[in-house]
Design a protein around this ligand. Structure first.
Ligand SMILES: [Zn+2]
Length: 284
């Protein structure tokens, strides 16, 4: 019995150790396999991660692009401007004597950004529309002539003319122009608004006028009113011209503006009026 028991115990021990070895071996193999696999798994995971990242990136990109484009868009209007600049630069001039009464200001001839006329006066003795004190100013000679023009309209024809917008500073034109760009885009802004430095209003020699028939607003129908017709036929007698006539848009660079009058002094304004030319054509 003892021997049998001993043999049994030996067998159990052998089997147990064999099992332990087998287990150990299996564990070793498993570990080996695991050690071999991880790099593959990692690579796969990495590549999967990369895919995910790429997918995430690509899926994020389209979302980001419009968002990025949107803030870029306000910047983009500068691009056409920059593209236009070299073209315009050929003909673009900074005016050297902006204080001259016959100064020619347009889309090619710029007033210096620092230019402020020295003899601006307040339009205290003519009817005005706007509250902004800046626009209720003109250079002294232009204002004296405007008073005579308005008085003559009243005395000769019984028309009451009203001053709406005279002098405009470079800074005011800058904010006006950029508000146009923001609201209507670059193209529309360039069509209907002057760029800073290119507005005749900065000379203090130009003024937009209106009348009650137009509810004191600015509209091309001013040219068809009795008041507007009288102005176009008589303004030159007092030193003013209609600066942007109908059908001359390509020459002046501006749409027809029957309300925008420009002071040139009586002599020159009569010559320009008689010639039937725009100021651009007259100076050529
Ligand atoms: Zn004007």
């Amino acid at each position: 019995m003892n021997r049998k028991n001993k043999r049994k115990i030996k067998k159990i021990i052998i089997v147990a150790t064999a099992l332990i070895f087998i287990l150990f071996g299996v564990l070793l193999i498993k570990e080996k396999l695991n050690n071999d696999l991880p790099p593959k798994d990692n690579k796969e995971e990495e590549s999967v991660n990369n895919h995910n990242e790429q997918e995430e990136e690509t899926s994020i990109e389209p979302e980001n692009e419009p968002e990025e484009e949107e803030p870029e868009e306000p910047v983009q209007p500068e691009k056409p401007e920059q593209e236009q600049l070299p073209e315009e630069a050929e003909n673009s001039i900074i005016i050297e004597n902006p204080e001259k009464i016959d100064v020619l200001v347009n889309r090619r001839r710029n007033l210096p950004d620092t230019y402020i006329p020295e003899d601006l006066v307040t339009l205290s003795e003519v009817p005005t529309v706007l509250l902004n004190p800046e626009v209720n100013q003109l250079r002294n000679d232009a204002y004296e002539a405007l008073k005579e023009l308005f008085e003559a309209a009243k005395e000769e024809a019984g028309y009451v003319l009203c001053a709406r917008s005279g002098y405009r500073s470079y800074n005011t034109q800058t904010s006006l122009y950029s508000s146009y760009v923001n609201s209507y885009g670059q193209q529309a802004a360039d069509k209907y608004s002057a760029k800073p430095g290119q507005s005749e209003h900065q000379t203090g020699l130009s003024i937009d006028i209106t009348c009650e028939a137009l509810n004191y607003k600015l509209d091309t129908t001013f040219g068809e009113t009795d008041e507007g017709k009288w102005v176009s036929e008589n303004a030159h007698r007092f030193g003013y011209i209609i600066r942007y006539p109908k059908g001359k848009e390509e020459i002046t660079g501006y749409s027809y503006e029957p309300w925008h009058i420009r002071y040139l002094g009586i002599e020159l304004s009569e010559e320009v009026y008689e010639s039937g030319l725009t100021l651009e054509e007259y100076f050529q």
